[in-house]
Each structure stands twice: as C-alpha cells, then as structure tokens.
Design a protein around this ligand. Structure first.
Ligand SMILES: [Cu+2]
Length: 155
C-alpha cells in the first residue's frame, strides 16, 4: 500500500517534469527562430568593416548631332566639354555626304566618318581635346559650297 502510493507520487512528479521538458524544448525551437531573424541584422563586431569604395559615376557622354545637307553642316550645339563625344551624322540631304572633324590648328588631327547615303545616319565616338574643331564634308567642292562649321570644345 505504501509502495503503491510512492509509485503514484513518482508518477505525479514525473508528469509535470515531462511537460516542463516539452515546454523547454518548444521555447528552444522558438529561440532558434528568433536567432534566425536576428542574423539578418549585422551582429556587433569588434572590427569595423570600412564601407566599400564606390567609384564616382562616369561622366555622361556628350552627344553631338550633326545634320548634313546641301549645303550646310549644322551641329546641335556650338560648344562642348572636352572628352569623349558621341557624334551622330544625319544626312538629311539628297546626295551622299561625309564628315570630317578636324582640329582647327592641326589639320592632321581629325576623325572621318565614311560616306553617308542620303537619309542615313552614322554614329561615332570621338575624343575631342580643348580647342576649335572644324566640321566639314570632304567631297570636292562641298566645303566651299557651305558644308562647314566650327565648334568650340572647352577644357
Ligand atoms: Cu558633302
């Protein structure tokens, strides 16, 4: 009789402890989930990580449209910053034309566009230094007829 009571007491004592263990296990699982959330925020560290060095954004390319027709060469702007320039030649005339971009004081320095048929467009990227540049059509007589202009490239 006494023995049975003792077993009963042990059983009673054992039940709450098993529940407590379960509860403990559940809270441990919960904790793990919380830890998972915490990992998304940077953990405090002893070493200070320097911020990544971000290079400055590249300077936007200057764009120059040049309209060629009989008998003119008309640039979209008369002044440009020095550097790389995307030049778009639009032949809006009825005849083929070309374009040469030549340094004002140095006729040996220049950029040549191939012959553009009427109604066609050609694009070239060129590097223009500071100074005056002449834009003209190199076909015989075309410059004399008016297919020339000067632009100023700044420093
Ligand atoms: Cu021409």
């Amino acid at each position: 009789m006494r023995r049975g009571l003792a077993i009963g007491l042990v059983a009673l004592l054992a039940v709450p402890s098993a529940t407590a263990a379960k509860r403990h296990h559940r809270s441990a699982t919960h904790k793990r989930r919380d830890e998972g959330v915490l990992t998304t925020t940077p953990a405090p560290t002893r070493h200070v990580v320097p911020p990544p060095i971000v290079p400055p954004p590249p300077r936007p390319l200057a764009h120059l449209q040049v309209i060629a027709r009989e008998w003119s060469v008309i640039p979209s702007r008369m002044t440009l910053p020095a550097g790389r320039v995307v030049v778009e030649l639009d032949n809006l005339g009825q005849d083929p034309h070309n374009l040469r971009i030549e340094r004002g004081n140095d006729p040996l320095t220049g950029f040549d566009f191939p012959l553009a048929r009427a109604g066609t467009r050609a694009t070239r990227s060129v590097q223009l230094g500071a100074g005056t540049w002449k834009l003209y059509c190199t076909l015989p007589g075309h410059e004399a007829l008016g297919m020339r202009t000067l632009i100023t490239v700044g420093g």
